[in-house]
Design a binder for this molecule. Sequence first.
Ligand SMILES: Cc1ncc(COP(=O)(O)O)c(C=O)c1O
Length: 408
Amino acid sequence: MAGARIPRVPLPAGTRLDTLAVREGLPASAWGENSEALFLTSSFVQPDAATAAARFANEEEAFIYSRFTNPTVTMFERRLAALEGAEACIATSSGMSAILLLGMGLLKAGDHVICSQSVFGSTIMLFGREFAKFGVETSFVSQTDVAAWQAAVKPNTKLLFAESPTNPLTEVCDIRALAALSKDAGAWLAVDNCFCSPALQRPIEYDADLIIHSGTKYLDGQGRVIAGAICGTERLVNERFVPVMRSAGMSLSPFNAWVVLKGLETLSIRMRAQSDRALALAGWLEAQPEVERVYYPGLASHPQHALAMAQQSGSGGAVVSFIVHGAGVATARRNAFHVIDSTEVCSITANLGDTKTTITHPASTSHGRLTEEQRLSAGITQGMIRVAVGLDDIEDIKADLVRGRATL
Ligand SMILES: Cc1ncc(COP(=O)(O)O)c(C=O)c1O
């Protein structure tokens, strides 16, 4: 919930990002706590019936009921908005429910969406299958080919949706170019900023209208809770998303909001440390004879390296994908499984953004529900492995990946 009448934490004008990350939110309660309070309450007591009526009618801003207003959730929203350079933010129960809220708030039957074909598998399912049931059509296009986005524009195009870098291929889109195209088309551009987080990339600086987050990933950063958010203008958040949240209730629980809020405090230093380790791992992987190809925007060999460096504060992020050698689909899959199963340190899980390094086989996990054709058009082959580098010593991660190679 965004709003002027609930007081802001008193910070001097021009307070910088790292300070906002540990301080932006609401003022402390009457007890003066230094660590943000967790308001684990479903409702809020109103002083009298007339005030309650005014608050329910949105004539007065106050906390009413935690489906749509809660101080701990507001703290998280304000802090994330500040980090993204956005006017406002609305928190959701997961990254996918942020995209659901996005669609419910912006689209109606007969509208058209253009979406990168390389986005997270569930995002493809949500746009391609679930929204289609309600009469919203989606065209999937190449993440990196701006001309393909342009060619897909129709008179009823309302939303362009990209994720940059993508999961797991780390394809980078030119956010500024897509923003210009969406403005010409009279549509909104939403960017899923999950892989970079505002510590590395702030899509609003490149004219995106809306930012999507899976708070489950780097914002929490320690693999503890599921969370999500949309950032954008006050107007879009208050007019398009707050009413849907109030009716549909894909709300973030105060407990999860508190966890993610505290995660934001260390976001910047975690992202830097994890990205440094990822760069070291990617360079090392590139030199291994068993590795066919490495996907990492921080490498000079990445097709959008220059764009990534400009858009992502000179960093490639913390996710590295690679393909192990293997002639034929079955052998490639067997070899990838073998490398994954030989690890003793990495966590075999499809989550990413954790301090613990995670390893997964995208074709059978995060993108397992897609058809083989959808997977191949997104470039996800059976030999591909994705490593989301955490804070483990990178030498231990290299040693872990070497364990599987002897028997390949
Ligand atoms: C890029 C991206 N966006 C969105 C999501 C969905 O987030 P959540 O799992 O919090 O619903 C994920 C999950 O992996 C993701 O990788």
